[in-house]
Ligand binder design. Structure first.
Ligand SMILES: *[C@@H]1O[C@H](CO)[C@@H](O)[C@H](O)[C@H]1NC(C)=O
Ligand SMILES: *[C@@H]1O[C@H](CO)[C@@H](O)[C@H](O)[C@H]1NC(C)=O
Ligand SMILES: *[C@@H]1O[C@H](CO)[C@@H](O)[C@H](O)[C@H]1NC(C)=O
Ligand SMILES: *[C@@H]1O[C@H](CO)[C@@H](O)[C@H](O)[C@H]1NC(C)=O
Length: 428
């Protein structure tokens, strides 16, 4: 019994409080809206406009479309190597709110007022392909005021941060370009309720601060109206902004392309040197180490996108193979020239065949030997030398032939590699 009494008391108390609250709010609304004559025109106007305004109701008849005109004003951008474009920009939203019209002469000639977006109906424009919903939500839009004109035009220019995922392709690094798409549209309204339009070209790049690493260009901004099978009577308009990002490659050119060219010449120089010389061994080793260093450095530098290896990496890999080949060949040729074994027939016949050729003689028999290149003298000369020396001599000729052969083969290989890598980059 007792408990019920206490409970009932609380119920009465609660009801009493509630009724009191209701009365209080009613007073504020009606009282505030009634005594308008003594206040400023601006306050009068605000009371007039927002007394029975509902910010959740679209400001048109339900069969009339609300046109939203958009203009994107990029200020700066960031692009991370994993393909996330962050665009800091201003965005102007322009529409007509038929509930917000007044006659300026009634309000001391006020033709426009500032209004917190919180009080207004706002279009629910979102970035569709966003990687980050929190970054472009209405919190930022709510922080800036909008202008409302006496004819009902509303314009809001909030700063927004658009995060969008691009599909990066690093195949032609550091000459890479990426296309980034930003798609905007109403999140929940169909095109018959709310339509989006571009303001002129839709983008104003005037206030854009150039990025030090990327050059950003607008490829196009266009409105796309989609229809889906589900709803044949509804359209789904959206706006697609396509940006082209081009890397400023000069630093990478200096750090990675120039060394690549240097390494080509280094490898060729190794092959061109006499294989008996110590310089060739030293240079071949240095060349090999340089290749390794460059590849490791490049590996940390080049962004990875999982599908296509950057062509520069492929080039360094191929060049490393050639450098390894040059190093091993150098070792083999040095070994070969100390052999005192009898030459197999096929080798000696090949050597003789090449030496019988003028160009072959010119290449194989170097300076001091070229004088004695004429048949008779060579034989006479050879007669005077011991047999093991003669064998060594023919091995030496064989080695020289291989040296030249490898030199030209490597040049040819480099040309083929460069043509395939560069050409495929040009045609794409
Ligand atoms: C909206 O834009 C369309 C096409 O530009 C136009 O035909 C229509 O009258 C506009 N509606 C309003 C309410 O301004
Ligand atoms: C309303 O007035 C503003 C400012 O004068 C103007 O920019 C805007 O175009 C007008 N809107 C309409 C729908 O006439
Ligand atoms: C920004 O870059 C563009 C093209 O790369 C150039 O035309 C423009 O002058 C640059 N602007 C500034 C402020 O550096
Ligand atoms: C589309 O409009 C047509 C003609 O007004 C109507 O017959 C049809 O039922 C509508 N379809 C849907 C899915 O609303």
């Amino acid at each position: 019994m007792r408990i019920l009494q206490i409970f009932g008391f609380f119920v009465i108390l609660w009801h009493g409080q509630f009724a009191f609250r209701m009365k209080e709010t009613e007073d504020i609304i009606t009282g505030g809206c009634k005594k308008l004559e003594n206040t400023t025109p601006l306050l009068r106007l605000k009371k007039y406009l927002f007394c029975d305004y509902d910010s959740t109701v679209r400001p048109n008849h339900h069969k009339v479309v609300t046109n939203i005109t958009l203009r994107l004003m990029p200020k700066m951008m960031e692009f991370t190597e994993d393909g996330v474009l962050t665009l800091h920009s201003w965005m102007s939203f322009f529409w007509t709110d038929t509930f917000l019209t007044w006659t300026p002469s009634n309000y001391n000639g006020l033709t426009y007022i500032h209004v917190q977006p919180f009080y207004l109906w706002m279009p629910d424009i979102y970035v569709y392909n966003s990687g980050d919903m929190t970054s472009n939500d209405y919190q930022t839009i709510f922080n800036t005021e909008c202008l409302v004109f006496n004819n009902g035009s509303v314009i809001c220019v909030p700063p927004i941060k658009i995060v969008s995922k691009c599909d990066p392709d690093y195949t032609y690094w550091p000459y890479d370009q990426h296309t980034c798409l930003i798609t905007l549209g109403s999140w929940s309204h169909i095109g018959e309720e709310m339509d989006v339009h571009l303001d002129g070209t839709g983008v104003d790049m005037n206030g854009y601060e150039n990025n030090t690493q990327w050059d950003m260009k607008l490829l196009n901004a266009k409105k796309i109206v989609k229809k889906y099978k589900c709803c044949p009577n509804d359209t789904f308009p959206r706006i697609d902004y396509t940006f082209l990002l081009t890397r400023h490659y000069s630093i990478h050119y200096r750090a990675y392309i120039a060394p690549a060219i240097a390494l080509i010449f280094l490898t060729l120089t190794v092959l061109w040197l006499d294989s008996r010389s110590v310089e060739r061994v030293a240079m071949a080793s240095i060349n090999f180490i340089c290749h390794l260093l460059c590849i490791f450095d490049l590996y940390w530098m080049v962004p990875f996108n999982g599908i296509n290896s950057p062509h520069i990496m492929l080039f360094y890999r191929d060049s490393l193979i050639l450098a390894t080949f040059a190093l091993i060949l150098t070792a083999l040729l040095r070994k070969l020239q100390n052999i005192s074994m009898e030459m197999p027939n096929w080798i000696s016949s090949t050597t003789t065949f090449i030496l019988s050729n003028k160009a072959g003689r010119f290449l194989v028999l170097n300076d001091e030997k070229s004088k004695i290149a004429d048949g008779g003298i060579v034989i006479e000369d050879n007669l005077n030398t011991p047999k093991s020396e003669m064998k060594k001599e023919s091995w030496r000729h064989f080695a020289t032939i291989i040296e030249w052969l490898s030199f030209f083969c490597v040049i040819l290989t480099y040309v083929i590699i460069l043509i395939t890598l560069v050409l495929s980059g040009v045609t794409n």
